[in-house]
Design a protein around this ligand. Sequence first.
Ligand SMILES: [Zn+2]
Ligand SMILES: [Zn+2]
Length: 398
Amino acid sequence: MSVISKQIFYDAVKGVDCEQMMHPWTSNCYKSSFQHIFYSIKGTGKFYLIIYILQLLVKGNKLRLDDIKQQSLQLLQSTLFGSVFVITFVASNCFFRNAMGRFHYYIFPGLTSALSAVSIFLENPKKRGVTVTSFLYLMFEVFVRYLEEFNYIHRTTGFETFVFMICSAALLYLLRIVKHQKSNLWFFLPPSFGKSKITDDKRHYCPHRGSCWDDIINNTAKYFGFGVLVQWLRATVPKFRKILKEPSLLNPFNLKTLKLGVFTGLYVMTYKMTSCFLCRYRKEDSPLHAIPSGLLAGLAYIIRPDLTVILIAICNLLTLSEYHFKDKGLLPKWPFSEVAYIIASGILFHSQMVIPNCTPKQFVNLMHSFSYGKSTEINKRLWDYIAKSQELKKLASL
Ligand SMILES: [Zn+2]
Ligand SMILES: [Zn+2]
C-alpha cells in the first residue's frame, strides 16, 4: 500500500508555490479566492439543493408553503457554510505556503481543512447533526481500514454482528428517550416514549395505533420498500448515462438490491415484534423495551454485513448521547460535536493525502461535489508532483 512519507512529500512539493498547486489559472491569490467564491457557491448550492428537495418530497401530501420557505432559508445558510469552508481552505493554504516558504506536511491540507471546518458554526444547528455524523463515520472508517490494512485487526461477521447488536440496543433506547430528536442519519425512528396515550382502549399497551399485526406488517413492508429503493438509487444514479442506452439495468429485482430491503425490513420487523410482545406481557410500555428489541433486531446484520452501517450507528449513538447528557445536566454545554467535526475534517484531509487507499470513496466524492471539482484538481496536481519526483529519484539512482 502506498504511504506518502514526509520525505516523499517534501521532495515532491520542493519549489512548488500556491499558484501551481491551488490556482494555476491566476498568479494572484486574492483573485483566486474571489473566483473560488463562485465555484463553491455552485458546488455547495447544487449539493444541498438536491438534498433539500428530496427532504421536501418525502413530506408528500403534508408539504406546505411554510416548509418551502423554511427549507429555502436553510438552503442559503447551508450554502454559506459550505462556501466559507471552501474559501477558507484555499485562502489559508495560500497564506501558510507564502508565510512558511513551502507546503507543510501537516498544514497542507490537514490543519487548513480543520481551520475551514470551524465554519460549521455558520450552519443551522438543526442541520448540523447529519454533517457531523457523516464526517465522524468517515473518519472512523479510515481508522478501521488503516488497522486492517496493516494487519492490526481482522474483521469477522460474527464479531461485527455482536457490536452492531449492542449499538442498535443502545441507539434505539436513546432514540426513544431523547426529547428533541435532532437530525440524524438513522433510518428507523422508534416511537418516542411519554407521548399522550394513543387510544382509549385500556388493554392497548403498545405505542402504536391499531392491532399489533397490522403495525408489524405495515412497517416491515414500508422498510423493506425503503431499503430496496435506497439500494436501487445508489446503484442506478451513478450509472445514469449508461442506463439511458440500456434501460434493462433499471431492474430493481436483483439479489444485491433486495438484500438491503431484507435487512431493513427484518430489522424493523424484529424490533416491532419484540416490542409488542414485551408491552403485552408486561402490560405497559417502557423505553427499556427498546434494549432487548434493538439487540434482537441487530441480528439482521448477518443478512448484509456492512461496516458503514455499524459506524453510522456508533456515530449516531455518540451524538445522541451528547444531546441526552447535556439535557440531563451531566455534560457541560460545550460544542463537542462541532469540535469532533473539526478534528474529523483535519484527519480525513490528511489521510486522503498520506494513505489514499484507506480513505473512503464517499469522502472523495463528497468533497468533489462540494468544491465543484476543485478538490479533485488539487489532489491530481499533488499526485502529479509526487509521481514526477519519484521518477526523477529513480533516474538519479540509475
Ligand atoms: Zn495563492
Ligand atoms: Zn403492539
